[in-house]
Design a protein around this ligand. Sequence first.
Ligand code: XMP
Length: 321
Amino acid sequence: MQIGEIELTDLDIGTFIKEKIEEISATVGDGLAVNALSGGVDSAVVTMIAHKALGDRLKSYFIDSGLMREGEPQQIATWFADLGVPVEIIDAQEQFLDALKGKLDPEEKREAVTQTFYKDVFGKLVKDSGAKYLLQGTNYTDIEETVAGIKRQHNILEQLGINPEEQFGYKVLEPLLQLRKPAIREVGKAAGLPEAIYKRPPFPGPALAARVLGEITWEKLETLRKATKIVEDELSESGAFQYLAILHEDRVTGMRDGKRDFGLQIEVRCWESEDAKTALPTRLPYEKLERLADRITAEVKGVVSVTYNITKKPTSTIEAI
Ligand code: XMP
């Protein structure tokens, strides 16, 4: 890998932000750049830095792919409006669901999200706006895992031999490429983001598509959104690095109101990690696990079984696909 990591201990945050602002200003010049917020920390940090560099020559979008958490697009737009950064929500739900239809293989699902995002949705937004650059929050772990062939991270292009300018008609700027999560959070803090944003648990680019096994349908996404909300409510005070719900493809025999209910399974994962490279399952109190199982089976229609993942990364990974 040619790009070198800058570790948090070696990072002069003030200088880093200043240099990135200068680089973005010099590259974009008098033109426009567009920027995609995903709900994760990385894209939020890029937005703040690019906003400082470009002001209203930065057009920030939140792509509502239908794969997002409940209320996420509005939450992000409100947070950034309070910071003086306008964010436009683009409804692309149908495009993403069409592209994912019939796809079962994890890498094919990731590829469908990537193509829809960069080619169809951003290709058009960039073309319509006259911008030549797309800013995004790719980080060092993303590149490392993609290059190692573990997962094709949604936002990795050039390291896979994809030339975005040739294929999609715009250049991609990635100011956080040399940093991992702990350093990115510190940069976010120094750039003026509120704690609610820079301390957010990571959230993957392919969003809930990374957490539905098998074919992705609207109905499955709705089930997973409800389970995700409960997991996030219950575990937000856990101090864990990341916590999530996964919807399994197989059904299992359960029982409800004295009758057989061949129902859905949700897997809960909660991780201790520094940088997502390796991770350990959190030793959650048993009462918390019971509460998660009780709430998910009572509040999420069709779910009869809840499991907790006790595997380390590796062999597990953090997300499911
Ligand atoms: P895995 O599942 O590979 O995840 O152990 C490591 C970290 O990366 C996040 N993740 C992604 N982030 N694009 C992203 O921006 C992706 O395609 C992607 N896949 C996983 C995951 O949530 C975890 O924090």
